[in-house]
Design a protein around this ligand. Sequence first.
Ligand code: HEC
Length: 477
Amino acid sequence: MALLIRCCLLSIVALMTVGPLVAADAPTEPTKQVSFARDIQPLLQAHCQGCHQPAKASGGTVLTSYASLQKPGESGTSLIVPGKPEESELLRQVVAAEGEKPAMPKGAAPLAAAQIDLLRRWISEGAADDSPAQSADPIDREHPPVYTSPPVLSAIDYSPDGSLLAVSGFHEVLLYKADGSELVARLVGLSERIESLAFSPDGTKLAVSGGSPARMGEIQIWDVSTRELKHSIPVTYDTLFGVSWSPDGTRIAFGCTDNTVRALEANSGQQVLYQGAHADWVLDTVFSKDASHLISVSRDRSMKLTEVATQRFVDNITSITPGALKGGLMTVDRHPTEDHLLIGGSDGIPKLYQTYRTQARVIGDDFNLIRQFEALPGRIYSAEFSADGNRLVVASSYDQHGEVRVYQTADAAKLATLAGQKGPVYAVAFRPDGAQIASGGFDGMVRLNDAQSGALLKEFVPVPLTTAVAAASQANN
Ligand code: HEC
């Protein structure tokens, strides 16, 4: 929020300075001075930062802040020479020679003429820095986030072999040994907010969705063994939700606040699916067993089915009868061996649906619904099947409290309530062997519970906490 307000103030200031000029030469179109914060930074963010950021500095070049533009890349030439666009490597790289494609952005469509013009004008006008002061403090692998209190935990996942637990932090994902005994890696990326994460089916990669609210959305793909960032893919200007892998590990799907659901090829980062049938934010996704279809849930209260090959919306899996749907849906998971879907949302009732309609829709029906489970107090934020599909775990948030329950899939029997929860729970995951459940939420503690009895086995703060004094001296640097 603070940043938003600052940006507005900046543009008001810009408008005020431009005001008199406009009046003086009224008939011509006023040319505002190009602003780094308003014009250049968003351009670099959308087209360049995926390959030029601290965690992935292609060509030795980082393009995430004004300060980073001061450092020459591998070739040794200055990225920006104020007043001299033709001597600035930044511009040279995006301008095409006669009959050729520009060198950058590599492997993507060239920048539009208007964007190149902005870069050229900004450098001609002196390449001034008007970015808010806070963006000068880098957060990267060498300068990992500093925490004075535990961050709200929004996402948690076990690696398929059960050896690792990935937990969302601020600006990073923390990789733990699955028993919580050791922090093995900090995956620090560009996104401030991590909304979701998922290991690939073979466990070699970790997909992360997030961003910086109202500024950027990002999909990160990390190599789990080397801890390297393989891809950082900018998508939309807001955080991304509900990342999921196709069962063969070739595709990654996610939801956006522009109401679209999308999918990328995991190897290339190329977008292969775009569907805009939802009427509100898309919060979670899952592929069908054979990956021919993608299922998405949204704040618009519906669960939708999309055919992957054609990118076509094919059905509302949930009822579309007015009044039948109560509140937005926040989580979806697919049964490991059947095309059955577990959903949860604002009404607190876990529900099991079949993916494909086997009978024509009749107005007023909720034909695909297989089973409902006892309602949890509050809203359901996260739900997951056990690896064999026989059980499911569901987490909720209600009036500062949270609850996590385990149900039997086949008959909806309640098997356990996890002990020790002290606040709203936003993320749960079954350990692949089914014996333990990890959860996290508002109070920033990771809890490991026995899946059978519900007993609390361990709880820990997943981030290194700094004392207030140490944090203050850091802030003054
Ligand atoms: C898909 C990845 C990718 C994207 C996107 C990308 N780059 Fe690059 N960039 C590279 C790689 C890799 C190199 C190293 C040279 C090479 O392999 O061509 C590089 C090199 C550079 C260099 C030269 C550094 C030096 O001094 O040697 C500059 C400048 C540069 N990129 C600017 C940009 C700009 C500006 C954008 C956005 C408009 C951009 N790049 C987008 C991958 C990328």
